[in-house]
Design a protein around this ligand. Structure first.
Ligand code: DQA
Length: 145
């Protein structure tokens, strides 16, 4: 089972960026933990981060044929990007939406997600553990289909 984790804009700064909201673990530390967790679950994980919407879309389009499931934290593009939504629906690869913070307990502009209604599931608010929960969820789902 091949999985892809996509992190969007400013998530390369996690660990330094607003640590009271996003925690003190860096993206590399979060990803290292997820590589181990994925292999314990019998999955292979690839990770991609970009601050550019177009690069994220290219990455999604290139996953066709090699990726069974996507875990995505689109950062602020979650709330703005119809193009990312279209890319995810276009490739028809099941995806889980992830957020470190609980987007529904924050500013109102974060309450709108262009991704969640078509996602397999949404994990938001558990800090870096949101990624683990999403990984577990998508692995369980893919083992059943
Ligand atoms: C985020 C929440 C978004 O609203 C924000 O723009 C981010 C991070 C999160 O992981 O909590 O960049 O996706």
């Amino acid at each position: 089972m091949d999985l892809l984790l996509i992190n969007g804009p400013n998530l390369n700064l996690v660990g330094k960026r607003e640590p009271s909201i996003y925690g003190s673990q860096t993206l590399d530390e979060i990803q290292d933990d997820l590589f181990t967790f994925a292999s314990q679950l019998g999955a292979k994980l690839k990770c991609f981060q970009s601050n550019s919407e177009g690069d994220m879309i290219d990455c999604i389009q290139k996953s066709v044929g090699s990726i069974d499931g996507i875990i995505i934290n689109a950062g602020a593009y979650t709330h703005t990007s119809i193009a990312l939504r279209d890319a995810l629906l276009g490739v028809a690869i099941p995806y889980v939406e992830v957020h470190l913070s609980n987007i529904y307990s924050r500013e109102e502009f974060r309450h709108k997600s262009f991704l969640s209604d078509k996602a397999l599931g949404l994990v938001s608010g558990f800090g870096s553990n949101s990624y683990r929960l999403a990984l577990q969820g998508i692995v369980n789902y893919l083992k059943q289909v």
